[in-house]
Design a protein. Structure first.
Lengths: 234, 268
């Protein structure tokens, strides 16, 4: 129990004194996970819309697989990305292993199925509503997708934020592909694992509280920028 | 909505710029936990303008990273595995840098009475006889290999042990946490133990047998196997690690007044 209180007060002082090392790893956490969020959304949202408007043979199978992959184990993703990016692997020449880019790649793989599945759910409902109208207007496939994506933007924001939440709290994959290198690939979650290993539970907990606070802050900021939950609109 | 995307993009694109040369070295958890890296790395940065990025892993994984060419050099402590690494041609040679020692940690009450034993093998036999809980790293690390060789030298087969022998498959710190939680015996390198923050009811019970000495060696990764490795930087780092400057820093490094490492590199 005392560890919890120590953790809270350590977290407070780390933030209050703007600890340089903390700022560095917190910023890197943000960069990696927001990068994964952007890339992941850019892939997952159009994919979800395509799945909603297009009818093709393997559609059901693709949706089922996407849903199943929501529970993709990060450690396995990390290992696969590691093997692919390793110098002795197929993409070794790129020299990406143990860089933040490798961490973004791993997180994108983890969150794309999650974002796509949630997004597809809401786009499907919207498509049921819009179907007759859009068909009667004889718009192209691209226009249909664009319309759906724009009109469902609030629901899609939720889908993307769910992906962000999974990315920023994830440790298994980025530990393997990032390597937790000080001043290069150390982020909040890997730092927590490291401090736990050193037996410094108070500092580990402090970092954990800061991670949670950061996630809340990002969500609030994005909602504020997106002007959701305001009077007269939703 | 567009402002959201624009703001996110701006944040992601803003990235840091590196100055000077960079190389990657895989080191063992025990070396990193000792805190010596925090002393040496800034000095290396200052003297050589070389940023050494550490990948902190077990010896098994460190050698694996070297084999795959994902690091430029490794610093580990498992003679047999190192010799194999060199024999397979993944590294041109090994260079001994320094040593520290392993210690036995256990509950203060010392139920198995290992504190008065003369040899490490004797201490382990006591633990096995008492079937006192023992936490093993179980992760193919240098420390784990050392522990297995000690059981063998005590004429005991660790595969045949009962449930009191717990192979946790984790790093030194995590294993110490487990041992502290269960009140079990464990073998640790001295540095990790001294720097460990969650000692609880545990104490250092046995140390001093010469077989417990733990030799660290530096192995550059073969440039013939992996043409992309930064051999020149690895050479520079090696020269620094065996220099008088490193000797002084290593020999004077202390935790709670205790010396941890003894520099024993052969200097040219």
């Amino acid at each position: 129990m005392t560890d919890l209180w120590d953790g809270l007060s350590r977290a407070f002082w780390l933030v209050a004194t703007l600890d340089a090392e903390l700022s560095e790893i917190a910023l890197r956490s943000l960069q990696v996970s927001l990068g994964a969020l952007l890339v992941g959304s850019a892939i997952a949202l159009p994919l979800a819309a395509l799945l909603a408007v297009r009818r093709f043979r393997a559609r059901r199978a693709v949706i089922a697989v996407l849903n199943a992959l929501m529970g993709l184990p990060p450690v396995v993703v990390g290992l696969v990305v590691y093997v692919l990016l390793s110098r002795s692997g197929p993409f070794g020449v790129l020299g990406l292993l143990f860089t933040p880019t490798a961490m973004v790649i791993a997180q994108v793989i983890i969150i794309v199925p999650l974002i796509a599945s949630i997004a597809h759910q809401s786009l499907r409902d919207l498509w049921a509503e819009y179907h007759d109208l859009l068909i009667s207007m004889n718009v192209t496939q691209t226009q249909k997708i664009a319309t759906l994506l724009w009109d469902a933007r609030r629901a899609l924001l939720t889908a993307s934020l769910a992906g962000f939440g999974r990315a920023i709290g994830e440790v298994g994959a980025i530990m393997i592909v990032g390597g937790n290198i000080d001043h290069a690939t150390r982020v909040l979650t890997t730092a927590i694992a490291l401090e736990t290993g050193k037996g410094d539970f108070a500092l580990a907990l402090a970092l954990g509280f800061i991670l949670i606070a950061l996630a809340i802050f990002v969500n609030l900021t994005i909602h504020w920028l997106g002007r959701t939950e305001r009077e007269g609109r939703w | 909505m567009k402002s959201v995307i624009a703001a996110l993009s701006a944040l992601v694109i803003a990235s840091s710029v590196h100055a000077g040369e960079v190389m990657k070295m895989a080191v063992t958890t025990s070396f990193n936990n000792s805190g010596l890296a925090d002393i040496l790395l800034p000095e290396i940065q200052k003297d050589l303008d070389l940023e050494v990025q550490l990948l902190v892993v077990g010896t098994g994984q460190a050698l694996k990273l070297g084999r795959a060419g994902d690091v430029d050099a490794i610093l580990v402590h498992s003679r047999k595995a190192e010799d194999k690494f060199i024999a397979e041609g993944y590294g041109p040679y090994r260079r001994e840098i320094m040593y520290n020692d392993f210690v036995f940690i256990g509950p203060k009450a010392d139920g198995a009475k290992i504190a008065d034993e003369v040899t490490a093998a004797g201490a382990l036999r006591k633990i096995a006889e008492a079937e006192a809980m023992f936490v093993s790293r179980g992760d193919d690390s240098g420390t784990h290999k050392k522990e297995l060789s000690l059981w063998a030298s005590a004429d005991l087969d660790s595969d045949g042990f009962g449930p009191w022998y717990k192979a946790v498959g984790a790093g030194m710190g995590a294993s110490l946490n487990t041992a502290a939680g269960m009140g079990a015996y464990i073998m640790s390198d001295r540095a990790s133990w001294l720097n460990f923050g969650n000692k609880g009811d545990m104490a250092l019970l046995y140390a001093g047998d010469p077989v417990l000495f733990n030799q660290y060696a530096y192995l550059p990764v073969s440039v013939e196997k992996h043409p992309h490795v930064k051999a020149k930087l690895a050479k520079q780092l090696e020269a620094w690690l065996v220099s008088d400057r490193a000797k002084e820093l290593i020999d004077t490094y202390k935790i709670n007044g205790e010396t941890l490492f003894v520099f024993n590199a052969k200097q040219d």
